[in-house]
Design a protein around this ligand. Structure first.
Ligand code: FAD
Length: 409
């Protein structure tokens, strides 16, 4: 079908060129399909994020052939996570694979990471920047294309399937009736870049300081003295407490535990807030003529706040299901629904354990106990390292005996 299509007709239109959209466009285009990738911004562009490209994304980055480029650019890799509890106990959990220390993901400004992905996609498909999708076109209940605005002019583009990868406020999700507004399944976060931060040890840091509770304060090192710094909290909690997260971030930075490390630090640019659609409530993400990826499908891990990994994974699953259908000539509603089924088969178990961990650790007492015990107990540090790395070990988040053993550790 691809070879027969001309002008404004494509096999698939991908709306949004963040990590989910650019990845999907690349993978589908590699099959020889005609793909149109649209983004309202132009690259490089910033996206408020912690910039931690976690282990989940690495397989897909490898498949795209971009590991070497990321390594050569020298973006720092971490090999562990530093946690601290509200009372100030601190523990460093190494990243382990089969009991051995390994390098985890990268910390890489989204301005750089997304531009690398977009430039890669540009080589493989028709990619248009500064092109905003303003409507989704339907015929007899089936999505058949999009209306997009570029240079003040509106144009219709048609396709077999529209792939909505346009982030948390996705127009594709909204037009298809898939957006939900339940604040228990969204997080709110603000991010800032600081230079001159003291005491950076290479690993990412997650601190449950009293000022940030019931959320957390993060410090993700970008170089020896520059860091991505932010706070995040469940939106329902932020609303209940009427907190201003920018103020919370400033309070964390000037708190007793951190004031020294930030004494010479300088804010670069401005703080930016954004919301994270969590996967703790499963949302409809497919229908006749369309599927949704990444934040548009609400796939952010409810414990860690990571959304890039699941977003890129959803792109790979879309390639597997929708790419195979397109290669045969057409995408049916069953193919779109099959994508949604495969997606949840793949990420559902992890999301369930993460949601359980989010609930358990929102209890300050359990958090305090876990971190203070882990500081002293090698057994618990290894257990927690396993829970970060493997799905099998994460199951313990739902096992009461695990907490009993933790008490005795
Ligand atoms: C403060 C904060 C910290 C975070 N920290 C991390 C972290 O450290 N690690 C992690 O893995 N995740 C983190 N996340 C989550 C992560 O940022 C998202 O999950 C991720 O960006 C999702 O990627 P995406 O490609 O699905 O969507 P996005 O990255 O949001 O990309 C969507 C794209 O669609 C485009 N677009 C939107 N509307 C239209 C339209 N109408 N027409 C055309 N284009 C459109 C946008 O311009 C954008 O380029 C964080 C989020 C926040 C807010």
């Amino acid at each position: 079908m691809g070879a027969l299509m001309e002008g404004n007709a494509f096999d698939a239109i991908v709306v949004g060129a963040g990590p989910s959209g650019s990845t999907c466009a690349c993978l589908l285009a590699e099959r020889g399909l005609r793909i149109l990738l649209l983004d309202k911004e132009s690259f490089p562009r910033d996206k408020p994020c912690g910039d931690a490209i976690g282990g989940k994304a690495l397989n897909v980055i490898e498949r795209l052939g971009l590991m070497q480029e990321l390594s050569e650019k020298g973006f720092p890799r971490n090999s562990g996570i530093i946690f601290s509890s509200p009372s100030g106990n601190e523990v460093e959990i190494p990243l382990l694979e089969n009991g051995k220390k390994v390098s985890g993901g990268f910390v890489c400004k989204r301005e750089d990471f997304d531009a690398i992905l977009f430039q890669h996609a540009e080589k493989k498909c028709k990619a248009m920047e500064k092109t905003e999708v303003v409507d989704v076109l339907s015929e007899e209940g089936k999505v058949v294309g999009v209306k997009a605005r570029h240079d003040g002019k509106e144009e219709n583009y048609y396709c077999n399937v529209v792939i909505g990868a346009d982030g948390v406020n996705s127009i594709v999700a909204r037009k298809a009736g898939c957006l939900a507004a339940d604040s228990r399944h969204y997080a709110a976060a603000v991010r800032a870049y600081y230079s001159g931060v003291g005491g950076l040890r290479g690993n990412i840091e997650v601190h449950f300081v009293p000022e940030s509770m019931p959320g957390y304060f993060w410090i993700f090192p970008l170089s020896k003295n520059e860091a991505n710094v932010g706070v995040g909290m469940l939106l329902s909690e932020a609303k209940k407490r009427k907190v201003n997260l920018e103020q919370v971030l400033l309070q964390c930075i000037s708190s007793k535990k951190f004031a020294q490390r930030f004494a010479s630090a300088k804010l670069q640019g401005r703080m930016r807030g954004w919301s994270l659609p969590l996967a703790s409530a499963r949302r409809k993400c497919s229908g006749d003529g369309f599927i949704l990826l990444g934040d548009a499908a609400s796939l952010v891990d409810p414990f860690s706040g990571e959304g890039i990994g699941n977003g890129m994974k959803s792109a790979a699953i879309a390639d597997e299901v929708i790419g195979t259908a397109l290669a045969k000539g057409q995408v049916t509603i069953q193919d779109c629904l099959r994508y949604e089924g495969r997606l949840w088969e793949e990420i559902g178990p992890d999301v369930g354990y993460s949601h359980a961990m989010q609930k358990v650790l929102s209890n300050g007492w359990v958090l305090e106990l876990a971190i203070s015990k882990a500081k002293r107990s090698e057994w618990l540090r290894e257990e927690l390292a396993g829970m970060i790395a493997s799905r099998e070990a994460k199951k313990k988040a739902r096992d009461p005996f695990f907490y009993l053993r933790m008490l005795l550790a």
